[in-house]
Design a protein around this ligand. Structure first.
Ligand SMILES: [Zn+2]
Length: 70
């Protein structure tokens, strides 16, 4: 059998993740929706309003101890 070797061994799968991105075009600020607890967050860098969007990010296993209990 032939297997392509293009893929690195520790390739982290990416998934479409909900994020908030800064509306200021000169600012690259964004954050994961997981870490946003406000209805309308503002950018922590420039204080501009943020808009909801999606971004391909490495999949993260949520192992935070503060979120392990219901
Ligand atoms: Zn910003």
């Amino acid at each position: 059998m032939y297997y392509s070797r293009k893929r690195p061994l520790d390739n982290i799968p990416e998934e479409l993740t909900a994020i908030w991105s800064c509306t200021n075009e000169s600012c690259n600020g964004w954050m994961r929706d997981n870490f946003v607890f406000l209805v309308q967050p503002t950018c922590s860098i420039c204080q501009s309003p943020m808009e909801k969007g999606e971004k391909m990010l490495p999949a993260v296993v949520n192992t935070s101890p503060t979120q392990s209990k219901h």
